[in-house]
Design a protein around this ligand. Structure first.
Ligand code: HEC
Ligand code: HEC
Length: 294
């Protein structure tokens, strides 16, 4: 901070405090005019305004505020560059809190890091720590209740793109995941896409046009089975969703299915290994695991 701003702040602060003080003294002096019923001369609809001094308790509140501000400015930073007698700083307080948190949580993190996820998911304190990490880091995409959004999977059900074992979940979080569903607008005719929409709907038990679905099945067995499997039940090794369970990542309406097939989809789950570190990932994994394994 330059000298100019230093003095600028000091002078404005001092002038303000002195100004308030002088104003208080000035209003108190009005008490001298002891005419209790003196009015200001203002009359509104026959109601007159008395010229009474401020009530005592009110004045005292102001006085206390003034004294407080002076004491505060002596103890804490506020007067330009003056650091305050206590030497308090924001950074100092933050560092202290971080240090405190480390001391409190380090042994817990260590203990929990050595506990298997299946056990950890039953320890309330651990899942609560995991939940806090989840709410801070993951809720923007998966929702604060982990139920997901279109394109962002629901983590509370038993339907997994990449598998729901503790190590599957942990891998999803550590390394991230990239769903690659190619677009077929260039490869397939409109009739084939339409047929596939009917066939994919049929796999999930929707009412469909059977003759169109038959055309779709032929295309499916040529183009889609590699990833989604002959029976449409998906493949967790590549994150190809099960198309037979009526649980949808992007949506099960005809329009959405057609869009998925024409344009493709590329859901991306970012890697979190650097952001969170092993121990936190272990805890958040236990939390996610607990959601579908009650
Ligand atoms: C930027 C958005 C984003 C953030 C942040 C994010 N995720 Fe994801 N996550 C996704 C997407 C998108 C997918 C699906 C990837 C795909 O479509 O292949 C996913 C997939 C997953 C999966 C695999 C689900 C399955 O069905 O196999 C898990 C587990 C998961 N996320 C957990 C987490 C956790 C825990 C966090 C926080 C530490 C987190 N995610 C943060 C977007 C996100
Ligand atoms: C290269 C592998 C691959 C091929 C081939 C493929 N898919 Fe997919 N499909 C995926 C993946 C991976 C996803 C998930 C995308 C994501 O996570 O963002 C997906 C998602 C979908 C979805 C969205 C499901 C939902 O829950 O919203 C539909 C529908 C779908 N595919 C249908 C098809 C059809 C029909 C074909 C054939 C024309 C096909 N896929 C071919 C890999 C593939």
């Amino acid at each position: 901070m330059s000298e100019f701003w230093n003095w600028w702040i000091i002078i404005i602060t001092v002038v303000n405090i002195l100004g308030c003080w002088i104003l208080l003294i000035a209003t108190r002096k009005m008490k001298g005019s002891d005419a209790e019923n003196e009015t200001t001369g203002h009359i509104y609809d026959g109601i007159e305004e008395y010229n009474n001094p401020l009530p005592k308790w009110w004045l005292n509140m102001f006085n206390i505020c003034l004294v407080f501000s002076v004491i505060y400015l002596i103890l804490y930073p506020g007067m330009g560059k003056f650091a305050g007698v206590l030497g308090w700083t924001q950074q100092g307080q933050h560092a202290e809190e971080v240090e405190h948190a480390k001391k409190t949580y380090a042994p817990l993190f260590e203990k929990y890091a050595a506990t298997p996820i299946t056990e950890l998911s039953k320890i309330k304190q651990a899942t609560e720590m995991g939940k806090r990490i989840f709410v801070n880091t993951c809720f923007g995409c998966h929702g604060s209740d982990a139920r997901g959004n279109p394109g962002y999977p629901d983590l509370t059900d038993k339907d997994w793109l990449y598998g729901g074992t503790p190590s599957n979940i942990e891998q999803s979080i550590i390394n991230g995941r990239n769903g690659v569903m190619p677009g077929f607008a260039a490869t397939l005719s409109a009739e084939q896409v339409d047929g596939l929409v009917q066939y994919v709907g049929k796999l999930s038990g929707h009412q469909v046009n059977e003759s169109k679905a038959a055309i779709g099945k032929i295309a499916f067995d040529q183009q889609c089975f590699v990833c989604h499997g002959n029976d449409g039940k998906g493949n967790q090794a590549m994150g190809a969703p099960n198309l037979t369970d009526n649980i949808w990542l992007y949506g099960g309406s005809s329009t959405t299915i057609a869009e998925t097939i024409r344009k493709g989809r590329n859901g991306a789950m970012p890697a979190h290994s650097e952001l969170l570190g092993k121990e936190k990932i272990h805890l958040v994994t236990a939390y996610v695991y607990s959601l579908s394994n009650k």
